[in-house]
Design a binder for this molecule. Structure first.
Ligand SMILES: Cc1cc2nc3c(=O)[nH]c(=O)nc-3n(C[C@H](O)[C@H](O)[C@H](O)COP(=O)(O)OP(=O)(O)OC[C@H]3O[C@@H](n4cnc5c(N)ncnc54)[C@H](O)[C@@H]3O)c2cc1C
Length: 435
């Protein structure tokens, strides 16, 4: 039996950020991960650290901008590189009430300046008002490596075939958790448990009988969404980080730059504001096809061309390759049918449990602080110097995942990734005609 202050389940950005915060505060905490660290939503993401320029709600801007402060400090402390060599851009189409937006940005404390020299890739496109901002993009895998650096003594890989975690609860309190680690059955006795397992929160909550909104017609406590991303690789791609909200004829596009580790060529991660809800059982199985529709691929390319026409001319498209992938996001479902883009933290009626759904990588430090506010009254912060910690259990930890667009294969039942395909062939395969 191992006594712990806090057990964190899930080794994405959220679980690892919280583990760092707990460790800095001397809590005896460990984290359990079932696959590779970051292999869920975190390494599917663009790693875009939002400040809110994309959003319409001033409260979202304020929260995101505040959360981005944590990331600025993280980048400085850990030496993680921002992937945008020049300032990130936010742009609107003609006819947008630009003053109204910039007024909201100012109200929320967001920094921005008019961009005097728009990149040539955007010339001739629908972007008519362009601003420089302080948003930035990070490599999600580097984030995970930096987050695990100081806490790897406390991170463990669950056995693939050892069965799932088992929970022994008494009334509204979790007493024991049984885990299988390197073929051994280990009983943990945590004072507090945090589910930071992304899509996996649902299955964990089902084990505790907490997967339904009891007061809301037994609807599931969690909703899932499929998100498609397009990836472009080619020698002509400029290094741009940008968000183009749906305004003034623009269809909403995010762009984040990367570099292909094999060919050295520039890469663009591109997405729009797509996401499709779908039902899933606690076993995480459902008959949903993860592939994007031809209609989505067509729409994405039309949006991209109207934003960056220079990119898809016959000349510049030579040597361009395209791939698509799909990742899942999860969020708290309140049974009211609306899509939540905020962060949600919920004890679900338990005394010593929290489930966290950050919905954005950007929000994870913020969510970690809110979680600490729940934990502290139940488990007072231990006093003393920063502890020198030894591995609690003498077993190896999990590996770190690389970003999804770089993977040859994907694991999850609802994920997919296509091979790099030359642009003309890609257009034929997906029956796209840009006219
Ligand atoms: C395609 C896509 C693009 C995105 N782009 C951005 C972006 O640019 N900027 C932004 O701010 N946000 C973005 N997001 C959202 C962001 O990625 C997520 O909000 C964030 O990564 C969630 O982190 P997490 O740690 O809560 O979840 P996850 O990263 O999903 O981590 C959960 C971990 O728990 C593990 N796990 C699950 N079940 C169990 C179990 N039973 N036992 C043990 N471990 C378990 C999983 O293997 C996983 O490693 C994007 C999301 C997607 C899908």
């Amino acid at each position: 039996m191992i006594d712990l202050d806090v057990l964190v389940v899930g080794g994405g950005a959220q679980g690892l950020w919280l583990l760092n915060d707990l460790t800095k505060r001397h809590y005896r905490a460990i984290l359990l991960e079932r696959r590779e660290l970051g292999s869920g939503q975190t390494c599917h993401s663009h790693g875009l650290i939002h400040r809110g320029h994309y959003y319409d709600d001033v409260d979202m801007m304020i929260i995101l901008n505040a959360a981005a402060q944590f990331w600025e400090a993280f980048v400085d402390e850990k030496g993680v590189s921002k992937l945008n060599p020049s300032r990130a851009l936010a742009g609107f189409g003609a006819g947008t009430a630009v003053q109204r937006h910039t007024y909201f940005w100012s109200t929320a404390g967001l920094r921005f300046e008019r961009c005097e020299n728009p990149p040539s890739a955007l010339q001739g496109g629908k972007v008519k008002h362009l601003f420089e901002t302080d948003e930035f993009s990070l490599d999600a895998s580097e984030i995970i490596e930096a987050l695990v650096h100081d806490v790897d003594h406390a991170v463990y890989k669950l056995d693939d075939h050892g069965g799932d975690l088992e929970f022994v609860s008494e009334g509204a309190s979790i007493r024991h958790v049984i885990a299988h680690l390197s073929g051994e059955e280990v009983t943990l006795r945590p004072k507090f448990v945090v589910f930071a397992a992304g899509v996996g929160n649902y299955g964990l909550l089902a084990k505790l009988g907490a997967d339904k909104n009891v007061m809301r017609g037994e609807t599931p406590v969690q909703a899932q969404r499929k998100n498609h991303m397009m990836v472009l690789r080619g020698p002509e791609l400029p290094s741009i980080t940008a968000v183009f909200p749906i305004r003034g004829g623009l269809d909403g596009v995010f762009l984040c730059p990367r570099r292909d580790p094999d060919s050295g060529e520039p890469v663009w991660l591109v997405s729009d504001h797509n996401s499709t809800p779908f039902p899933m059982s606690p076993s995480e199985r459902s008959a949903v096809d993860p592939h994007p529709s031809e209609e989505w691929v067509q729409r994405m390319l039309v949006s991209l061309r109207s934003t960056a026409p220079e990119l898809l001319t016959d000349r510049s498209a030579q040597g361009l390759e395209v791939a698509v992938y799909t990742g899942l996001t999860s969020e708290r479902n309140f049974g009211v049918g609306s899509h939540m883009t905020d962060l949600y933290i919920d004890p679900l009626g338990f005394e010593n449990l929290l489930a966290i759904w950050p919905t954005k990588l950007t929000m994870t430090p913020f969510a970690s602080n809110v979680a600490l506010r729940f934990i502290r009254p139940k488990v007072p912060e231990p006093a003393g110097e920063w502890p020198t910690v030894e591995r609690e259990i003498k077993l190896p930890g999990p590996q770190t995942a690389c970003e999804m667009w770089r993977r040859a294969k994907v694991n999850g039942p609802h994920e997919c990734k296509t091979d790099w395909t030359p642009y003309p062939e890609f257009m034929n395969r997906w029956h796209v005609n840009l006219g």
